[in-house]
Ligand binder design. Sequence first.
Ligand SMILES: O=C(O)c1cc(=O)[nH]c(=O)n1[C@@H]1O[C@H](COP(=O)(O)O)[C@@H](O)[C@H]1O
Length: 235
Amino acid sequence: MANKDVIIACDFGTREETLAFLDRFTAEKPYVKIGMELFYGEGPQIVREVKARGHRVFLDLKLHDIPNTVRRAMKNLAKLGVDMTNVHAAGTIEMMEAAKAGLEEGAAGRRPLLIAVTQLTSTSEPRMREELLIPAPMGEVVTRYAANARAAGLDGVVCSPLEAALVKGSFSGGFLAVTPGIRYPDARADDQARVTIPARARELGADYIVVGRPVTAADDPVGAYRRVRFDFLGE
Ligand SMILES: O=C(O)c1cc(=O)[nH]c(=O)n1[C@@H]1O[C@H](COP(=O)(O)O)[C@@H](O)[C@H]1O
């Protein structure tokens, strides 16, 4: 189970809220995700601070720009010493190669894992077809974007758990399926479209599940995290 884990999406507006949330975890050091809201609000220092507290960090800024810009941005992000970061696969193979090169240039030691978002878990297949003019079935789109990420030398993709088996079955060698879109049936889906429960994500082969509001907005966040962890990892 070494490479399987639950990542908590710390989608908070401020450093204070984030640290107060993390302070609740006295018996464990969860793997956490820092995304756009917190990073844009607090800057790189919040990443250093959370890392210094001993958490593994997935820095989720979903870069998507021309290759040169992405390479140079990734070089700077690598200096933060994060464990995982991401780009949009829609940026093309060339852009993903540039992202990886930038991380290698900037990382002091081992570079962070680099994964590519295939189709956001908030996007339904009808929306993808009608608004984005992508007519192929979701599974095919995710698999093709994953193949592009693989060709660029990335470590895996972000997809919904519903596509995890397809990704895991298509690519060998530990190519990662990192899956947000985790919801229990009794909870609101919020803005997520392609969702399932942690146990199903496990059955479908997800390596990491990313869980935000089901934990952060729970009355008892530590209890909610432990429930998700137990359902996904069996521990
Ligand atoms: O890259 C991501 O982490 C991501 C990709 C994706 O397709 N869908 C998705 O929800 N996410 C992130 O995963 C988290 C999910 O949060 P909840 O919907 O609150 O569980 C958010 O921080 C999203 O930014």
